[in-house]
Each structure stands twice: as C-alpha cells, then as structure tokens.
Design a protein around this ligand. Structure first.
Ligand SMILES: O=C(O)CCC(=O)C(=O)O
Ligand SMILES: [Fe+2]
Length: 198
C-alpha cells in the first residue's frame, strides 16, 4: 500500500471522528447535533507527520514552541516516547500528556473557544525533546472552511452572556497564525484575544 493511500485512509477515519466529536460538543452546548457541520463544507483540515529527533541539549531546545491550535479540534496520535505538554491554567505549570497505548489526544482549538463563547477553552501546549529517543506524532487539524467568519454562536449569547469576540475570518487568521508560529521568535503570535470584546 502506498504511503499516500495509508494517509488518506487514516485521514478519512479521523475526519469521521472529528464530526462525531463536533456533534457531541454541539449537544453539550444544548444545540442540535449538526449545528457546526455547515462550517466544514469545504473544510481545510490537514494532517502533519512530525518527527522529533533526539537532541543533544534538550534543555536548550523545544520540538514545538508554546502555542494554541487555531482550528476546531486537533486529533493527535503519538508514540510511547512522550514530550507533549499542556499548560495548566491555575498555576501555569507545564503538565506532560502521558502517552496512552491505542489512545488519541484530542485538543480543543481556538475556533471552538470562540463558537462556544468560552464554554470550551483552547489549551496552550508545546513539545519538549529528549536526548535518548526520537519521537513521532501525527496530528490531524480539523479546520473549518477558509471563508467561515468565526464568532460566538448566536444561540449561546444573550444579555447575560454577551459575545466575547468580534467575528474574524478563519482563513486569514490561520495564515497569520502559521506565519508567526514558524518564526519562532520571542514575539507573541496572533491570538483570538485580538478579537476579544470584553
Ligand atoms: O507532536 C505533538 O504531540 C503535537 C504537535 C503540535 O502541537 C502541533 O503540531 O500543533
Ligand atoms: Fe499544537
């Protein structure tokens, strides 16, 4: 089987899981299960194959610098090496996401934070490296259509819970985020907080 075929088969299965999770998230917000599907008609989902080679000085380098994922959900398959960490909000400590055999890691991204008007939060994360073992991971970034204007869902906002974000174009936001991520500079990359109202 060609690598392309394996990747396509995997991506299609993860896509189904992505829709399933979106349905559950919609229901958890008190919305019809298909409420979010329309935003994914021309979805721009992508899959990445990450290889983190062993690093002679792991304390001086990061595999992936701290960031939040811009899309709706990220579905990550990782091997047993470990290195992914999430930042706990209460004390800002980096907590390792321990590899669990045959389990996927699901990240809520910025888009769901905005749609849900912060009922869900996008988690900040990073990847550390080690000097012993190489690591592989396969994230699938479940992204809406590029033309979608992302904003808190109308059904979820009211006088008591006004929208916390101004609408923004997903495609433009993603391009700006990606450009700044890869600079790896000590500057903050574009954040949804730029669109924050309150
Ligand atoms: O390698 C991982 O476990 C996650 C990588 C990641 O956060 C990303 O590519 O956005
Ligand atoms: Fe990420």
């Amino acid at each position: 089987m060609l690598v392309r075929e394996v990747c396509q088969t995997y991506a299609r299965e993860v896509e189904k899981l992505g829709y399933k999770l979106l349905e559950l998230i919609s229901l958890s917000l008190g919305l019809p299960s298909n409420r979010l599907n329309g935003y994914f008609e021309d979805h721009t989902t992508m899959m990445r194959l990450n290889h983190y080679p062993p690093c002679p000085c792991p304390e001086l380098a990061l595999g992936v610098g701290r960031h939040k994922d811009a899309g709706a959900l990220t579905i990550v398959a990782q091997d047993d090496v470990g290195g992914l960490q999430v930042r706990r909000k209460s004390d800002e400590v980096w907590v390792p996401v321990k590899p669990t055999p045959n389990a996927l890691v699901i990240n809520v991204g910025d888009t769901i934070q905005v749609w849900s008007n912060e009922a869900y939060e996008s988690v900040e994360h990073r990847v550390v490296v080690n000097s012993e073992r190489e690591r592989f991971s396969i994230p699938v970034f479940f992204f809406p259509s590029h033309y979608v204007m992302v904003k808190p869902l109308e059904e979820l906002v009211n006088e008591g819970n006004p929208p916390k974000y101004k609408p923004y174009n997903f495609g433009k936001f993603f391009v700006a985020r990606n450009r700044s991520d890869y600079k790896k500079l000590e500057v903050q990359n574009i954040q949804i907080s730029y669109f924050k109202i309150i």
